[in-house]
Structure formats: structure tokens, C-alpha cells
Design a protein around this ligand. Structure first.
Ligand code: CP
Length: 316
């Protein structure tokens, strides 16, 4: 790995190696990930042009646990407000000897553009670009599923809600397919499905009550209103009635089905509080595993080696 821009084109072996590496960070415990010296002397710069709670903070924690120096550029108080371009902003950060940029941007393709055209010598990690990709979210989702279900071979996984605007849905469909999940379902109204959804090898359902039947995992998505034209916003109450995950609709899935959500959750819009906080929910586990996954991605991107191999070398 040099950059981590998308799940597309990555092999099953690489995704598995990434999950194994993340697992090795969690071996000491579900929450505690010990500090390791893998990125000592390296500088990681978080550059978020879009808001974030989970992704930005877990990247920061992950970089610190890898012993990197971390810069968090606050875009709202940066000189972009004076008209400085993305190109110039990043070139100035590169001049400070940044080794890695973790980038979130509202435009699809921004991370690719930076990797190819702006800073080809810096490792670029995509922390979400437009509605295109959120590859580290997909990998922490895969880690959550694997740690609870062992593997992907016999699973039915449903992704529910605003598929059209969701970079998480796109990355998850690709990751599940690559890892061998045989039954990937997307459940959404026609208006919230992208053209060409069939190319992902998924089964499409417009009726939540049909699509949820006997699934092992339910991944809920929020309505991404910030990406919708105001006249096309669905009514929240209507959406909840038809597509909300409630105790009643969850009962259609397998009795021990996992409930997942990348966050932020909108209670009473796509998910009932009792379900989000209930015994089947692993939503906060996803956040915890995000630290280990981001440690794995950053260490593999920076070194091209798995952490386990490196740790063995250091021990010798
Ligand atoms: N899941 C996710 O990307 O959340 P944030 O927008 O808070 O980073």
C-alpha cells in the first residue's frame, strides 16, 4: 500500500491482511490499543474540508498510538478563507515535511486528485470524498462483522437507506463482495438508489420488510440531506415509517442480527433509539475498531509492510 484511496481494485488478500493487522492491535483488549513506535519520526496531517467527529478523531488517536507527530488543520480557520486553493494549502503542508495526508473532501475524486496531481510524494489516505468512497469506514465495518461473525462466507448483509448519496454504501458493497459475502442486499426507495447499482452484484429491495428477512447484519444509513437538493428532500416521518429500523422491523432479521451504523445517527429518522442502544447494536464497537483499522491502514501505507512483520523485525 502507498495510498489508501478506495476499496475498488484491492484484492481479498490485501483486505484480509489489513483486517489481520487491525486485529493484532486489538489483541491486548477491545478498547485499549497500546502505543507502538511504528511511525516514530513521521508526520501525519489531518486535512478535513468537511465536518467529522468519528473519522477525524480516530485518525488522530491512531496516528498518536503509532507514535507519529500529528497536525490537525482546521480548515474553517485556515487561509483557505482568504482564497488559498486546495493545491497551495497542501503544497505548503508538504513543505513542512508531512509524510501523510488524511483527507476528507466534499468532492468525489479529491483524494485521487491530490495523490496524482498535487502531492505524489506524500501518502494519501481517503477519509471520505463526496459520495464516492469512505474506504477506512468500510474496513472498520468489515472488522466489526468479522469479529462478531468469524467470516463472510455464509452471511446476508443488508445496507438500508440513502444509498444514492452514501460513500459508505459504495465502499461497503465493494468490500463485502471482495471478501466473499454471498448475499449483499440494498434496501431503499427508488429515488435513493444510484444508477448502475446492479454492477455491484447486490440484490435490490424497495420494501424494508421483505429485504430484512433473515439477514445476519443490518447496516443503517442516514439521509444525507446536505447532498440533496432542497426540493427533493424526503419527509422524515414518511421515511421512518417505510424504512426506519425499529424493534418491529428488526424482528424480521435473524434473532441475533447485528445492528450497525457508520454515524452520525439520526434517532427517529432511520433508527429507533431502543434499537440503536439495544443489545444487538454494535455501533459503538465500530467506533472503537476504527482506531485499530486506521492504525493498520496508516502503518501499511507508510511502510508497505504489515505491522506484525515489522514488530517481529523490531523484536529481532
Ligand atoms: N462515519 C463517519 O464518517 O463519521 P464522521 O462524519 O463523524 O467522521
Amino acid at each position: 500500500l502507498r495510498h489508501f484511496l478506495t476499496i475498488e481494485g484491492l484484492s481479498r488478500e490485501l483486505l484480509t491482511e489489513l483486517l489481520d493487522t487491525a486485529d493484532s492491535f486489538l489483541e491486548v483488549g477491545e478498547r485499549a490499543v497500546k502505543k507502538v513506535p511504528l511511525l516514530r519520526g513521521k508526520t501525519v496531517c489531518n486535512v478535513f474540508f468537511e465536518n467529522s467527529t468519528r473519522t477525524r478523531t480516530t485518525f488522530e488517536l491512531a496516528a498518536k498510538r503509532l507514535s507519529a507527530d500529528v497536525l490537525n488543520l482546521n480548515i474553517s480557520t485556515s487561509s483557505t478563507s482568504k482564497g488559498e486553493t486546495l493545491f497551495d494549502t497542501l503544497q505548503n503542508l508538504e513543505a513542512m515535511a508531512a509524510d501523510m495526508f488524511v483527507v476528507r473532501h466534499g468532492d468525489s475524486g479529491a483524494a485521487h486528485f491530490i495523490a496524482e496531481r498535487v502531492c505524489p510524494d506524500v501518502a494519501i489516505i481517503n477519509a471520505g470524498d463526496g459520495n464516492h468512497a469512505h474506504p477506512t469506514q468500510a474496513m472498520l465495518d468489515m472488522l466489526t462483522i468479522r469479529r462478531h461473525r468469524g467470516d463472510f462466507e455464509n452471511l446476508s448483509v443488508a445496507i438500508v437507506g440513502d444509498i444514492l448519496h452514501s460513500r459508505v454504501a459504495r465502499s461497503n458493497m465493494l468490500a463485502l463482495k471482495t471478501l466473499g459475502c454471498p448475499d449483499i442486499r440494498v434496501i431503499a426507495p427508488r429515488t435513493l438508489l444510484p444508477e448502475g447499482i446492479d454492477q455491484y452484484g447486490v440484490r435490490v429491495f424497495n420494501d424494508l420488510r421483505v429485504g430484512l428477512r433473515d439477514v445476519d447484519v443490518v447496516i443503517m444509513l442516514r439521509l444525507q440531506k446536505e447532498r440533496m437538493q432542497s426540493g427533493l428532500l424526503p419527509s422524515e416521518s414518511e421515511f421512518y415509517k417505510l424504512y426506519g429500523l425499529t424493534r418491529a422491523t428488526l424482528a424480521l432479521a435473524k434473532p441475533d442480527a447485528l445492528v450497525m451504523h457508520p454515524g452520525p445517527i439520526n434517532r427517529g429518522v432511520e433508527i429507533e433509539s431502543d434499537v440503536a442502544d439495544g443489545p444487538q447494536s454494535v455501533i459503538l464497537k465500530q467506533v472503537t475498531y476504527g482506531i485499530a483499522v486506521r492504525m493498520a491502514v496508516m502503518s501499511m501505507a507508510m511502510t508497505g509492510q504489515t505491522t506484525q512483520r515489522q514488530l517481529t523485525q523490531e523484536a529481532n
